[in-house]
Ligand binder design. Structure first.
Ligand code: NAP
Length: 202
């Protein structure tokens, strides 16, 4: 399907544009005439995407390349500052950077550092970049696009569920004499939240 929208004169910042969905989005926005700011931690990948962005731009516009780790607030500051310094405005922020793997086992000895990195990358950066961008987007009547996942709607960490299921079921039946709690949670599809809280209690 061909996209005929015209983004000439627009400035689009796409996080996580050194590969995957973000890279393809940057290339597509450039093809539609936009000035794009691309970013990621991997400098080499970023340069490769930058070349593709120039190649498809109708006016041969070069992207702004910012090597940044968005889990770090100071890098987020620099990303927005450099975008505004280079292009003078911002029309679209695409919060795309993130990853889906994380804590695979509740017994992982690095559980806290992995949890913090996941949250700082997938959640905190989106909140902070949005905070930094809003004053610029208000001026241009711009937009924010957040790339999410079905995993954000329905938890998919089966291994952790299984471990918690066994522990909680045993505990609730044997110790608390409350076997229907788990069935209720299953029925309501709220197992993950409750399971996590319950694990902390038992
Ligand atoms: N592909 C899917 O099937 C799928 C499904 C559901 C949701 N999603 C979501 O869609 C988004 C893109 O996924 P994708 O498949 O295109 O992933 P990908 O190819 O792994 O790309 C992820 C991008 O995020 C960047 N990134 C990760 N951590 C970062 C950090 N701390 N600081 C700066 N940049 C960081 C990576 O850049 P560097 O490595 O250069 O830092 C890379 O450019 C993600 O948010 C993902 O959760 C994807």
């Amino acid at each position: 399907m061909s996209n005929t929208r015209n983004f000439s004169g627009k400035v689009v910042l796409i996080t996580g544009s050194s590969s995957g969905i973000g890279a393809e989005a940057a290339i597509e926005f450039s093809r539609l005439g936009a000035n794009v700011a691309i970013t990621g931690r991997n400098d080499r990948n970023l340069s490769s995407v930058a070349q593709q962005v120039v190649n498809v731009s109708p006016k041969g516009l070069k992207p702004l390349q910012v090597v940044a780790d968005i889990s770090k607030p100071e890098d987020c500051n620099r990303l927005i500052d450099e975008t505004i310094k280079s292009f003078g405005k911002l029309d679209v922020l695409v919060n795309n950077a993130g990853y889906g793997y994380g804590v695979r086992s509740v017994l992982d000895p690095d559980i806290l550092s992995k949890y913090e990195n996941l949250m700082n990358t997938n959640v905190r950066s989106v909140i902070y970049l949005t905070h930094l961008s809003v004053k610029h987007l208000e001026k241009t009547k711009g937009n924010i696009i957040n790339i999410s996942s079905v995993a954000g709607l329905k938890p998919v960490s089966y291994l952790i569920n299984l471990i918690l299921f066994i522990k909680i079921t045993i505990k609730t039946i044997d110790v608390n004499n409350f076997p229907y709690l788990y069935l209720h949670m299953l029925e309501k599809n709220i197992f993950n939240i409750y399971a996590t809280i319950l694990l902390l209690l038992i």
